[in-house]
Design a protein around this ligand. Structure first.
Ligand code: GLU
Length: 489
């Protein structure tokens, strides 16, 4: 691919949840392209969703990417000449750019109330039309707009999409993509709280940060025509676009935590080696010229070209990754590296300091230590599914409640024992469950036992990734139990 600008690429995660394996996959290919072309790789944090964005998630994203050994030349943690690299610190820039679009007549203020828009959707549904914004504020007179502003009515700013014709964009992997402009709404660029939307912030930042190639997941392809129109509205040359195939579950749906572990820290806690994970992620989109499956990240960077990418959505196969990881363990780890891994990761001082207070009341000699804490270290646990079911509850109800509890766990930022206890008591109440009916299955799911150290200390030490994983295992066991009971009937 020829380029006239210096190569600058970026990965732009939103800190609204755990560090996702998909983010690492996109970051890896951006980094490969940058290294291959002597370019720069930027980390930008897209935290425009004020409700869901958290500093803690940003910290975990950085921790997860760094654990893999991915590095960036510029970012919120390392600085750089195009900062700030966190969108919440760039409000003034977005406001200036909104003013620019308003002055040029490329955007307009829309004072439609949420109720009005709900009614519009209702009417469209009744007429069996696809619901969309109808442009009701697009061509209002300046006097009308001024009157609404003087009255202090809340408004959003929308971009003017062309009313006819096509927007054509060129994707370096897919070729020409054409979109009928009539299918695209006048997008909101600035929300009524004055925060920019993804579209505005993304385009303004990619331009101001000198991004030459936007390499992102396929799911954003429907946003790209809007972005192309925005670049034109500003009078800017758009970057080149490359939409990477999405990672998929075995059933071909987009990779999701219900079917696969998605958090990078989950892989870390399972003892996957960063080299093996990077190798596997590279292999999912790319094949080496000699088709070999095991290669280092440096070898990947050296051999990287878009021609060797496959476009079909690669299936993320945990068994295959586990197999590859096993090869790294056997073929690449020296005994010294083994010892270091056990001492630094598995039996680190940090983890021992957490375990000792939990366990010291319960054992009499040190030889009892390892058997007493084995469930902190093992992967899947072995226990009878029926142990998960409290008296008076069915396997199905228990599974459903654990599934909902898992969603709470995903959102829980503070993983200290008191915070988890408060969360769990509140959750039991919200479900109309007695705490003991919830805590018992939780204890079994987490430890495979009925007598353990205090439950929430245990959860806190296990950490989110393992808690999530064990909940998933319990749900699977309960599902099988419910099916078996149904058959009997
Ligand atoms: N913030 C978007 C995300 O979470 C970025 C998409 C893009 O790369 O433009 O993936």
């Amino acid at each position: 691919m020829t380029t006239d600008r210096p190569v600058r690429v970026r990965v732009a995660p939103s800190p609204t949840g755990e560090p996702h394996v998909g983010t690492a996959y996109i970051a890896l290919f951006n980094l490969a392209f940058a290294r291959k072309n002597g370019g720069k790789f930027v980390l930008r944090i897209e935290d425009t969703d004020r409700e869901r964005s958290r500093q803690e998630w940003e910290d975990e994203i950085i921790e997860g990417l760094r654990w893999l050994g991915l590095t960036w030349d510029e970012g919120p943690d390392v600085g750089g000449p195009f900062g700030p690299y966190r969108q919440s610190e760039r409000s003034a820039i977005y406001h200036q750019h909104i003013e620019l679009l308003l002055e040029k007549g490329e955007a307009y203020r829309c004072f439609a109330t949420p109720e009005e828009l709900a009614q519009l959707r209702e009417e469209q549904r009744a007429r069996k039309e696809t619901s969309r914004y109808d442009g009701r504020w697009r061509d209002r007179s300046p006097a009308e707009v001024k009157a609404a502003m003087d009255a202090g009515l809340p408004f959003v700013v929308r971009m003017k999409m062309p009313l006819e014709g096509e927007t054509v964009l060129f994707d370096e992997l897919r070729g020409e993509v054409r979109i009928d402009n009539r299918q695209v709404d006048d997008q909101i660029l600035m929300k009524s709280d004055g925060f920019p939307t993804y579209h505005l912030a993304n385009v303004v930042d990619d331009h101001l940060m000198g991004i030459s190639h936007v390499i992102r997941a396929e799911e954003w392809i429907s946003s790209t025509p809007k972005h192309v129109v925005l670049y034109r509205a500003f009078g800017w040359e758009p970057p080149k676009f490359i939409h990477m195939p999405l990672l998929r579950n075995a059933d071909k749906s987009k990779i999701s935590k219900r079917k696969n572990p998605v958090s990078l820290l989950d892989y870390k806690s399972r003892g996957f080696l960063p080299e093996a994970v990077l190798n596997y992620l590279a292999m999912l989109g790319f094949s080496m010229p000699d088709e070999r499956e095991m290669f280092t990240v440096e070898e990947f960077f050296e051999n990287f070209t878009w021609d060797r990418m496959s476009l079909g959505g690669p299936t993320f196969d945990l068994a295959k990754l586990t197999w590859l990881n096993g090869r790294y363990y056997r073929e690449k780890l020296s005994d010294d590296a083994w010892v270091k891994l056990l001492r630094d990761d598995l039996l680190s001082e940090e983890i021992l300091r957490k375990l000792v207070p939990l366990i010291k009341e319960r054992i009499d000699t040190s030889e009892q230590f390892i058997p007493a804490v084995d469930y902190f270290f093992s992967g899947e646990l072995t226990y009878e599914a029926s142990m998960l079911v409290s008296k008076g509850k069915t396997p199905k109800e228990t599974r459903e409640v654990l599934e909902k509890y898992g969603d709470e766990i995903d959102r829980q930022v503070d993983f200290s024992a008191p915070a988890l206890e408060a969360l769990s008591r509140g959750f039991a109440e919200s479900q109309g469950w007695k705490v003991k009916d919830l805590f018992m299955p939780l204890r079994v799911a987490m430890t495979g036992r009925t007598a353990t150290p205090p439950l929430f200390d245990t959860l806190s030490v296990l950490g989110r990734a393992k808690v999530r994983r064990r909940l998933r295992q319990a749900q699977d066991l309960l599902k099988a139990l419910a099916e078996a009971e149904n058959k009997k009937k």
